[in-house]
Design a protein. Structure first.
Length: 118
């Protein structure tokens, strides 16, 4: 959405600059025509300044969104890493418990066999 608004603002700025270039001064006429032309030039320059401000605003918004996305991705990667470490720790504990259980079963089996043979 911001990209679309930024592109529109840049297009408006381009259009306003072209309109300024196309404002040809009168070659003849009264002083009021020259004054009117100067007013139109000044008005168009103010419009260009406003358009440039809108472009800067949307560029800033786009940068803020990019930075927020970057931070969010870093947090996601950190979470994923911690989750993986937690899963690895659980698996490690389960394997240790299984080994302990197998050792205990082996010991019980050995003791049971030895008692039978006595």
């Amino acid at each position: 959405m911001v990209n679309r608004e930024l592109l529109q603002a840049k297009e408006d700025l381009k259009t306003n600059k072209l309109e300024l270039l196309n404002l040809a001064p009168p070659t003849s006429g009264t002083i009021s025509l020259f004054t009117q032309h100067q007013s139109m030039l000044q008005s168009q320059r103010k419009l260009i300044e406003r358009s440039q401000g809108v472009v800067y605003h949307f560029e800033d918004q786009k940068e803020q969104i990019r930075l927020k996305l970057e931070d969010t991705l870093k947090e996601y990667e950190k979470f994923k890493y911690l989750e993986t470490k937690e899963i690895e720790e659980i698996i490690k504990k389960q394997k240790a418990q299984e080994a302990k259980d197998l050792d205990e079963m082996g010991l019980l089996s050995y003791n049971f066999k030895n008692k039978k043979s006595e």
